[in-house]
Ligand binder design. Structure first.
Ligand SMILES: [Fe+2]
Ligand SMILES: [Fe+2]
Length: 195
């Protein structure tokens, strides 16, 4: 892949991530509110922490887009706002389990998204972005772990289709090193949702 093709894909992927963080922030606000009545203080505290992370992620990704002389994709922004608000509304009626399960599933995708972005940044000649992108992937790994752990305490978990398990957190960095060395065991770029 040429550096300029990698840059184009990176911009598109970061625009997706940027708007995705917006949807996540709206959704988690609704999710957190839905836990009010159930008196689930620990879950609410967890959601508050995740929400703060997503807002911070959006700031970081916006800065990266600016550095690449790009901005948000306004159509995607509107679409993801709608999706976020719809999920938030669903959380009010969806009970405890479905929002936890759905969040875990979404977060699983976010890990890969930032891992792919780190590889594209390298291929585009923007190695200064790599460390922060891997850190974003690590935080999404933490989120997936929180939601999976929460959802798995529910009786419905046994009956629900599972998303692919994550590998240990440290493999986010070690897989990237393997990628740099040209020996990536799991060719993450193949997962690229843009293809
Ligand atoms: Fe995030
Ligand atoms: Fe997240």
């Amino acid at each position: 892949m040429t550096p300029s093709a990698a840059r184009t894909e990176l911009v598109t992927l970061l625009q997706m991530a940027y708007s995705g963080e917006r949807a996540a922030a709206y959704a988690y606000l609704g999710h957190r509110r839905s836990l009010w009545r159930a008196k689930r203080g620990a879950d609410r505290a967890m959601l508050a922490g995740v929400l703060v992370d997503e807002i911070r992620h959006r700031r970081i990704v916006r800065r990266m887009l600016r550095l690449l002389d790009a901005g948000a994709d306004e159509r995607r922004e509107r679409r993801m706002r709608r999706i976020g608000l719809t999920i938030a509304a669903f959380c009010r009626v969806g009970g405890w389990y479905a929002p936890m399960y759905g969040a875990g599933r979404l977060e699983r995708g976010n890990i890969v998204e930032y891992e792919v972005a780190a590889r594209l940044a390298h291929l585009a000649g923007h190695d200064e972005l790599v460390d922060e992108l891997l850190e974003l992937a690590e935080v999404e790994w933490d989120h997936e772990h929180l939601f999976r752990t929460a959802a798995s305490t529910h009786p419905l978990w046994r009956l629900s289709p599972k998303w692919p398990e994550t590998t240990p957190r440290a493999t986010i960095r070690s897989a990237f090193d393997e990628f740099l060395a040209g020996r990536e065991p799991e060719p993450a770029l193949r997962w690229n949702p843009l293809r």
